[in-house]
Design a binder for this molecule. Sequence first.
Ligand code: GLN
Length: 244
Amino acid sequence: MQLRLLSLYPDQMNIYADRGNILFLQHRCEWRGIEFEVTRCGPGDRFDPTEHDLLYMGGGQDRDQKAVARDLVKTKQASMRASLESGAAILAVCGGYQLLGESYELEGEKIAGLGLVDLKTVREPGPRLIGPVAICVDLDGEERILAGFENHGGRTRLGGASPLGRVIHGHGNNGQDGFEGVRQHNLIGTYLHGPLLPKNAWLADHLIATGLEHHHGSRPVLEPLDDDLENAAHKAALTAARNG
Ligand code: GLN
């Protein structure tokens, strides 16, 4: 089996250990004998949606996001939509998450996003929403906890889109409505960044299984791994979120 990951803007949208999430996916595949291919896709590049099973876009500063947004809409919008419709897995974190929506408004400027999901982000007055966060997520028919860290100035509000989860501790999309992230078909957007996947190994495996299903046509049952360290990292992140 082979998982083909497309890394979107690895140089521009890469803060808070975003690269580590990709390494983690790679190791979990290779430990199971699954071939892992990474293709970098930067400014000006186009991609063929049939050649990638898992699309990843990380977080970015406002300045980087502005530059990326224009290019994203111009050169990648149609392929992103086709990937979503064909069942590829998409994970977008923080700044990348914001760009999945209609727009990101800040300092009197409205940056157009991909419009893949019905959400909008606005940099409203008030402090940045920073700190450890835990959310309750229902994926694969099972309720699980995602624990991580958030740091965003933008407040995201979902239109018709479904949230990824409900906030247990922390701020989430906007610090008000109790929602965190977005989920649509096999697309996940979230504000939880830093080493999101190493702290939540089950989410990495969910993405791997979804990507393999996209490539090979059936969803594999993944061989369990020794997750003692990952479980300890999850526990520490959850404790940090509980303690605020
Ligand atoms: N620039 C965005 C914000 O502050 C996203 C930040 C990030 O990706 N950490 O809202």
